[in-house]
Design a protein around this ligand. Structure first.
Ligand SMILES: Cc1cc2nc3c(=O)[nH]c(=O)nc-3n(C[C@H](O)[C@H](O)[C@H](O)COP(=O)(O)OP(=O)(O)OC[C@H]3O[C@@H](n4cnc5c(N)ncnc54)[C@H](O)[C@@H]3O)c2cc1C
Length: 485
């Protein structure tokens, strides 16, 4: 066991869990504080989740929405970035345990900021995930990109042989919230415009794009008027909107849907996208177990009005993980919460009085439907169409991290919005299948690397030497590469 950060003879140690909106903005807000910050996250990037659907549909590259956290924080001398998945927190010992590829590290803290976010929820049907990936990470978006473009490729091959390809050209998006609406709109645009001249045996415009939701309206948080406008705009694009329809089963070749009447029906579709439901990080359960704090059905933890964990004033929890005053799971809740927590940590070090309870300032919500068309709800003001789309463009450009990314995103948007082309259509077999392949390994990627300390050992060395000898023999025999002369 190796402690990387012990508190002895050190400045006040702040550990931040997560490099998302809460983690990154919390760390940045501590840049001038007399503290050392260690950010631990299971990815090496900060992810701008609102634009994941654009990576999945070939508009933006993954780097544009997910800059390296280390690079973003390179100018912040008091911040250290560590890659690792947090597996345990000991609230009494004030330590965080994290792992990367089987390597375990324990880091001590004086103050802790937990911003581990939320993952996809399949409402107790986790087996749906195999055939209906969610959209929460770069891996998810790249897998979906591969699946979407791959379905057209397979359809072209099969149609060339005279086979039925309807199931390959049917795309089902589950969940009519902002992510589902944006995804369905983009697949429709892709098939109707971007790909329309690219195939010889299929007509990409024949693709069916179906948006399914158990609710009775599209975009419920935006209210009935904007919901109805969005539905109509999607239908004009060619999306079939099926409301009051609950998904009851998913398999490789399609899904089963139950309508309000109780009638079940099947949709044949190889490409399904799950954009319904969230489940907070399991770190919430770890904290709840030790502190006695409540957990709601989505796994969100009940925190005090100052975002601290009950009984542990040195622990702050922010963003998608918390259940407080019905705050929505949006980026601004995480950003404002993390800044509030950072201010409190700084204030305590300089004997400032405690702040008033955390108050969220709602800056509004937006969703795009297609190019030049979006909806926005700002306070009581409801906007739709081109004006809302321009606002969407401006806000997303401002919030994308880093000038470099803003600049290249603008170029890629220009390509897509002005010409209907897409700059990021690369998709590989590994993108589509690696997730499931890794799932089949009991310990995931950890199984593919040597155990800590074993690489230098005689046994491991003997294994590697034997492998190398075998490879050399195969090469010499002409089985691999060029035979030795
Ligand atoms: C597809 C999509 C579209 C969205 N669109 C919008 C939008 O348009 N507008 C809006 O306001 N909000 C949107 N949201 C919601 C918004 O992205 C979230 O509310 C926001 O990211 C929450 O911030 P967070 O810091 O709580 O969590 P996140 O940003 O999710 O960050 C969580 C961090 O914790 C890390 N982590 C998780 N578990 C561990 C662990 N065990 N160990 C170490 N690290 C861990 C993750 O790697 C990540 O770095 C969208 C979300 C999605 C998925």
């Amino acid at each position: 066991m190796a402690d990387v950060n012990t508190t002895a003879n050190r400045r006040h140690q702040v550990v931040v869990i997560g490099s998302g909106f809460g983690g990154l903005f919390g760390t940045k807000a501590l840049r001038r504080a007399d503290v050392d910050v260690t950010m631990i996250a299971k990815t090496t990037h900060h992810l701008f989740q609102p634009l994941l659907y654009q990576v999945a549909t070939g508009i933006l590259s993954e780097g544009e929405i997910a800059p390296a956290t280390r690079e973003v924080l390179s100018g912040q001398d008091n911040a250290t970035v560590l890659l690792g998945e947090v597996t345990d927190i000991d609230l009494d010992a004030r330590t965080v345990t994290h792992h990367v590829l089987g390597r375990r590290t324990v880091t001590s803290y004086d103050s802790l900021l937990v911003a581990a976010g939320a993952g996809q929820s399949y409402f107790g049907n986790d087996h749906f995930a195999e055939f209906a990936p969610g959209m929460k990470s770069i891996d998810d978006a790249l897998e979906l990109r591969g699946r979407i473009f791959g379905a057209f490729e397979l359809a072209e091959v099969m149609a060339g042989k005279g086979d039925d390809v309807d199931h390959l050209l049917t795309f089902v998006v589950v969940g009519a919230g902002p992510t589902g609406v944006e995804m369905a709109g983009q697949i429709a645009e892709l098939s109707r415009k971007t790909l329309r001249k690219d195939f010889r045996h299929i007509n990409s415009r024949d693709a069916r794009v179906i948006l399914v939701d158990a609710a009775s309206q599209v975009l419920p948080p935006f209210g009935a008027t904007l919901g109805e406008k969005s539905k109509k705009a999607l239908e004009d694009l060619g999306v079939e909107v099926q409301l009051g329809a609950m998904v009851t089963d998913v398999d490789e070749r399609g899904l089963e849907v139950q309508d309000k009447s109780g009638q079940k029906r099947r949709i044949e579709s190889v490409t399904k996208i799950w954009a319904a439901g969230v489940q907070a990080s399991s770190i919430g359960a770890t904290l709840a177990e030790q502190s006695g704090a409540s957990l709601d059905r989505a796994g969100r933890i009940g925190v005090n009005p100052d975002l601290t964990l009950p009984g542990y004033p040195e622990v702050f929890v922010v963003g998608d993980m918390i259940a407080l005053n019905n705050l929505p799971g949006v980026a601004q809740v995480a950003i404002q919460g993390a800044k509030y927590a950072a201010k409190e940590i700084k204030g305590r070090l300089t004997d400032q009085p405690a702040q008033k309870p955390f108050k969220y300032f709602d800056k509004g919500s937006m969703a795009t439907i297609s190019r030049f068309d979006a909806v926005a709800l700002i306070g009581k003001v409801k906007l739709s169409g081109f004006i809302a789309w321009l606002m969407w463009l401006g806000v997303h450009l401002i919030y994308l991290t880093g000038f470099k990314n803003q600049f290249t995103a603008l170029i890629h948007w220009a390509v897509t919005f002005l010409s209907n082309d897409r700059s990021q259509r690369t998709a590989t077999e590994q993108q589509i299948f690696a997730r499931m392949a890794l799932k089949r390994l009991p310990k995931g990627a950890t199984e593919l690397v040597s155990e800590p300390g074993s690489f230098g050992s005689d046994q491991r060395r003997a294994e590697l030497e034997a492998q190398a000898l075998e490879e050399a023999r195969l090469t010499d025999a002409g089985v691999r590469g060029r035979a030795a002369s």
